[in-house]
Design a protein around this ligand. Structure first.
Ligand code: NAI
Ligand code: A1CAB
Length: 270
């Protein structure tokens, strides 16, 4: 089985490890490094068999090294990796904004790097991951990464220049859905419903709507129109959404997230 070492086991790292375990990956073939001792122990307890290791061990034993630290923390990780990696290694970066060329400039000549933008629904095997090979990554490297990620959700390959947009759409996207759900549950409270009931009503509506979309029932516009009866209730709500510029707010929000991804990449240009 492919041995995977995660460098930085925070939120997205844990989502990947947990998703791979659920997908049948042996815990002994999942290694991780972690800056904080407490966090390392927490994960070892939560996922018996999985072990925190040193970066040297990770580089020696793993077929794939997955970098999952914050983009701001990348420099020390690269410095540690420089003496440990060569062209037979495979580096996968999950870091928002960081281009493959950043790794290629720092690491030894020929180290293959694949940039990936996943999202947290990986925890439940429903990730959307977009992958882009760097200069030294071959079709075989891409195939390894695709296979790995296919155990935790869907995978698409995109040109690297689209990764900042992808980050804003599917990387951050779950947060925007959670935000909408949170606001809609609050609306239930405003209307006097108990929180648990409001939560059940909205979450199941979200699951049902997502399933209709995922199963390709129809275009989202037609699905919305089917809910919107003439002189009915829904159109009154839609008028308010339009009045408050919700569509424009979403366009601006996603554009701002894209811009931040570009900026994170630029912060590491020397
Ligand atoms: N959270 C999300 O939904 C997504 C995050 N990402 C990317 O994943 C990366 C991690 O994000 P999160 O998991 O949200 O952040 P996080 O802060 O939860 O996790 C980062 C982890 O790396 C550890 N760390 C930092 N430096 C280290 C080092 N030198 N050696 C070992 N461990 C180290 C930290 O202690 C922390 O546990 C970021 O680059 C982010 O852009 C990508 C897609 C989605
Ligand atoms: O907010 C962030 O920077 C990360 C990248 C995409 C989702 N979470």
């Amino acid at each position: 089985m492919t041995v995977i070492a995660l460098l930085g086991a925070g939120k997205i790292g844990e989502a990947l490890l947990s998703g791979l375990l659920k997908g049948g990956h042996a815990p002994g073939d999942l290694l991780f490094t972690e800056r904080y001792e407490d966090r390392a122990r927490e994960l070892e307890t939560r996922y018996p068999g999985m072990r925190a290791v040193t970066v040297e061990d990770a580089a020696k034993r793993a077929d794939v090294l997955v970098v999952a630290v914050k983009p701001q923390d990348i420099e020390p990780v690269l410095a540690e990796l420089v003496p440990l990696l060569g062209p037979s290694s495979l580096v996968v970066s999950l870091c928002a904004g960081l281009p493959t060329v950043l790794y290629e400039r720092s690491l030894a000549e020929g180290v293959p790097v694949v940039r990936v933008m996943p999202n947290t629904p990986m925890l439940v095997g429903e990730a959307m991951s977009a992958i882009s090979p760097g200069r030294y990554a071959t079709a075989a490297h891409v195939a390894v990464v695709k296979e790995l990620l296919s155990h935790v959700g869907q995978v698409v390959e995109v040109p690297e220049k689209q990764q900042d947009a992808v980050t804003a759409l599917s990387g951050s996207g779950p947060a925007y859905f959670f935000y909408l759900v949170e606001a809609m549950i609050d609306a239930g409270i405003l209307l006097g419903l108990p929180r648990a009931l409001a939560g059940q009503l909205i979450i199941q509506s979200a699951v049902g709507a997502a399933k209709m979309l995922a199963e390709g029932e129809d275009h989202p516009v037609l699905l919305r129109e089917a809910v919107t009866s003439p002189a009915g209730t829904t159109i009154n709500g839609i008028r308010e959404l339009e009045k408050h510029g919700v569509r424009a707010a979403l366009l601006d929000a996603i554009e701002a997230a894209r811009d931040r991804s570009v900026e994170l990449g630029r912060e590491h240009e020397h």
